[in-house]
Design a protein around this ligand. Structure first.
Ligand code: ADP
Ligand code: MG
Length: 323
C-alpha cells in the first residue's frame, strides 16, 4: 500500500462532515473556522507500542484509544471537540491494519462529531500521535488550578478497571478464580469513554478538573499542587465497578482505584454547597458521578479508610522516566 493510498483510505473511512472545515486532508495544512468569540483548545498525546499499549492490541482498539485519550483531555478542559490530526508511524502499510485502525478511530470520532482534518504518515516502530482541537467560550474552561479548601472532590464513572485488565493481559494476574480477563474490564482498557458531556455540564460549576490518565492520587496531586491545596479521599467511597469487585479483594480494588492509570474519568472539585447541583447536572450523563473526598489547606493527597487510617498504595501512579 502506498503512502497516498493509505491516506486516502484513512480519509474515506473516517469522514465526518463539518461546515467549519474549510480545507481538510489533502493540502499542506487544514483550514478551520473557529467560531466567533470562542477559544481554541488544543492537546496532543502519543501512544507508543509496548509503552502505552500492549503490542498485540487490536487495531480497532488502538484507533479508538488514540483518539479517546485526547478527547479525554478536551473533556477535562470543558471543551467541545471539533477536529483531530493523526500522526501515524507504522512498521508496514498493511491495508487490513489501516482499515481496522480507521474503523475504531471513526467509531469514536463519529460519536462525538470530530472531523479528521490532517496528519502525517511515516515508517518506523508502531506509534500513534493524535492532536485534538476543540472550543470553549473565554473564561469557561476548566483548569487544574482553581481548587479551594472546603471544596468537595468528585470523580466520574468507576476507577481501577483498566489497570486490572492490564494486570491480567500483561502479568497473567486475573484475580481470584479467573483464567481470563472479565469482559467489562477489557472494555475499560480498550475502549475508554471520554467524559465530554460531563466536562461540558461542569462549566461554571467545577473549580478545577483533570482527567485520570496516570492514576487518581497522581492526577489529583497535580490539581492540588497547582491550586496550592491538599486533598483527603475516603477510600471506601471510591467508585469500583461490579466487575472489579467480583475479581479482586477489597484492598486490591482500592489500590487499583487510587493508583491505576488509563481510566480516563474526570476528577474535579466544586464548592461543597453545590454537591447536589453536581449530582443533578451529571445525573443524565454517561458514567455518573461519586463524591470521594474534600480539599483541605496544606498540600498532598491522602486516602483514609473508615477508621481514619491512611491507605498506602503499592505505587504512586504512572510517570515516564521514573525508573
Ligand atoms: P506534506 O508532505 O506536505 O506534509 P503529506 O504527504 O504528509 O504532506 O500529507 C498530505 C495530506 O495528507 C495532508 O493534508 C496531511 O494532513 C494528510 N495526512 C497525512 N497523513 C495523514 C494521516 N495519518 N491522517 C490524516 N491525514 C493525513
Ligand atoms: Mg507530512
Amino acid at each position: 500500500m502506498s503512502e497516498f493510498a493509505l491516506i486516502d483510505a484513512l480519509r474515506a473511512r473516517t469522514s465526518v462532515a463539518r461546515r467549519d472545515v474549510a480545507l481538510g486532508i489533502g493540502d499542506d495544512a487544514a483550514l478551520l473556522a473557529v467560531p466567533d468569540g470562542q477559544q481554541l483548545v488544543a492537546c496532543t498525546d502519543t501512544l507508543v507500542a509496548g509503552i502505552h499499549f500492549l503490542p498485540d492490541t487490536a487495531p480497532e482498539d488502538l484507533g479508538w484509544r488514540a483518539l479517546a485519550v485526547n478527547l479525554s483531555d478536551l473533556a477535562a478542559m470543558g471543551a467541545e471537540p471539533a477536529w483531530a490530526l493523526l500522526a501515524l508511524t507504522l512498521p508496514q502499510a498493511l491495508p487490513r491494519f489501516i482499515d481496522r485502525f480507521a474503523a475504531g478511530f471513526a467509531e469514536l470520532a463519529r460519536a462525538h462529531g470530530v472531523a479528521l482534518v490532517g496528519g502525517d504518515t511515516t515508517q518506523g516502530p508502531l506509534a500513534v500521535t493524535v492532536t485534538a482541537l476543540g472550543c470553549v467560550p473565554p473564561g469557561r474552561a476548566l483548569t487544574r488550578r482553581g481548587a479551594k479548601a472546603g471544596d468537595a472532590v468528585f470523580v466520574t464513572g468507576t476507577l481501577g478497571d483498566a489497570v486490572a485488565a492490564l494486570y491480567g493481559l500483561r502479568d497473567g494476574n486475573f484475580g481470584s478464580g479467573r483464567t481470563t480477563v472479565a469482559p467489562a474490564l477489557l472494555t475499560a482498557l480498550n475502549r475508554p469513554q471520554p467524559r465530554l458531556a460531563a466536562g461540558l455540564a461542569l462549566r461554571g460549576i467545577a473549580t478545577a478538573c483533570i482527567d485520570v490518565s496516570d492514576g487518581l492520587l497522581a492526577d489529583l496531586g497535580h490539581v492540588c499542587a497547582l491550586s496550592g491545596v491538599g486533598a483527603e479521599l475516603d477510600a471506601d467511597a471510591l467508585p469500583v465497578s461490579a466487575a472489579l469487585a467480583a475479581t479482586f479483594e477489597h484492598a486490591a480494588c482500592i489500590d487499583m482505584a487510587l493508583a491505576g492509570g488509563d481510566n480516563y474519568e474526570l476528577c474535579f472539585t466544586a464548592p461543597a454547597a453545590r454537591a447536589a447541583e453536581v449530582a443533578r447536572v451529571l445525573a443524565q450523563v454517561p458514567g455518573g458521578v461519586t463524591h470521594i473526598g474534600r480539599i483541605v489547606a496544606g498540600s498532598g493527597v491522602v486516602a483514609r479508610d473508615a477508621h481514619g487510617a491512611r491507605v498506602v498504595t503499592r505505587s504512586a501512579g504512572w510517570e515516564h522516566f521514573a525508573r
